[in-house]
Write a protein that binds this ligand. Structure first.
Ligand SMILES: Cc1cc2nc3c(=O)[nH]c(=O)nc-3n(C[C@H](O)[C@H](O)[C@H](O)COP(=O)(O)O)c2cc1C
Length: 224
């Protein structure tokens, strides 16, 4: 394959004072992001969802293959089906599939199999990973290998969560296990696999969050 044409980098050199101001502001904004499990049914401007997905789709990816798809669910009937299927799986998981260590790790968060937020949140964004590309050739369908899918989709999901938060919306990173039901309910092709399910909206007025702490900079950063 021919190499891409090369373009000058579009890079705005900021004043050092601006750099610090922007980066501090961003840290402060991100410090108020929390996983929310109580949503208001209040509608959300759709452009906020679109812009967050635009932002996620700007993420770096292995060989620029962009192995992701963001399915936005707003239809109450589809949300109901997703809640029903997720609760059935989660009831099994909390009931007897999760080993005691896992249940112990989750206990302080107070989560259980009830997933009411899957119906109350105005939108569910289901992130799918595209495990391989599909191409039609004269011999029939052929598969194109994708590289670093997990890492790429993880980074794009981080961009998505940050953009939704900056847009003033609440999210939950939800991974009902197993998640195969999302492929069938949403009619996804065979090369896509569910990665994460993100309810999005405004928090309910009485929403609470567990009082957890984040590790300090000294704990997470090592300088050599
Ligand atoms: C990969 C991943 C999967 C998660 N799955 C769930 C989940 O299925 N249900 C849930 O209630 N929270 C889930 N969480 C949210 C975590 O519990 C939450 O991020 C953590 O407790 C820290 O809280 P914070 O997001 O408010 O900082 C998940 C988070 C991540 C990153």
């Amino acid at each position: 394959m021919k190499p891409h044409e090369r373009l000058p980098l579009d890079f705005k050199r900021m004043l050092p004072s601006e750099q610090l101001q922007e980066s501090r502001q961003f840290v402060n904004r991100m410090a108020s992001r929390r996983s929310v499990r109580f949503f208001s049914p209040e509608p959300v401007p759709f452009e906020l969802i679109e812009n967050a997905i635009r932002c996620a789709a700007l993420a770096p990816s292995g060989a620029n293959q962009q192995p992701w798809k963001f399915v936005v669910v707003q239809d109450p009937e589809i949300k109901r089906k997703i809640r029903e299927a997720a609760e059935a799986e989660e009831r099994e998981s909390y009931g007897h599939r999760m080993p005691p260590d896992w249940l112990r790790a989750l206990a302080p968060l107070g989560t259980d199999w009830h997933k009411e937020f899957l119906e109350t949140a105005p939108y569910l964004i289901v992130v799918f990973r595209i495990d391989f590309g599909l191409a039609q050739t004269v011999e029939g369908e052929s598969r194109i290998k994708h590289y670093y899918v997990q890492e790429s989709v993880g980074i794009a999901t981080g961009f998505l969560l940050a953009a939704l938060h900056i847009g003033g919306l609440a999210t939950l990173t939800h991974t009902p296990s197993p998640m195969g039901f999302l492929s069938s309910i949403l009619g996804r092709p065979k090369n896509e696999r569910p990665f994460v399910l993100i309810p999005v909206g405004f928090p309910s007025p009485d929403a609470t969050v567990p009082a957890i702490a984040k590790k300090s900079l000294a704990e997470v950063m090592d300088i050599k």
